[in-house]
Write a new protein. Structure first.
Length: 34
């Protein structure tokens, strides 16, 4: 069960990273579309 918990933690990290990247991309897109 520890393995499963670790896996979920990794998925959370990946999702957080993905969201941060998407936020950055959207900021850049807004900046360019001015």
């Amino acid at each position: 069960m520890i393995y499963e918990k670790e896996l979920n933690g990794t998925v959370d990290d990946v999702e957080k990273q993905l969201n941060d990247t998407i936020d950055d991309v959207e900021k850049v897109a807004k900046w360019f579309s001015r």
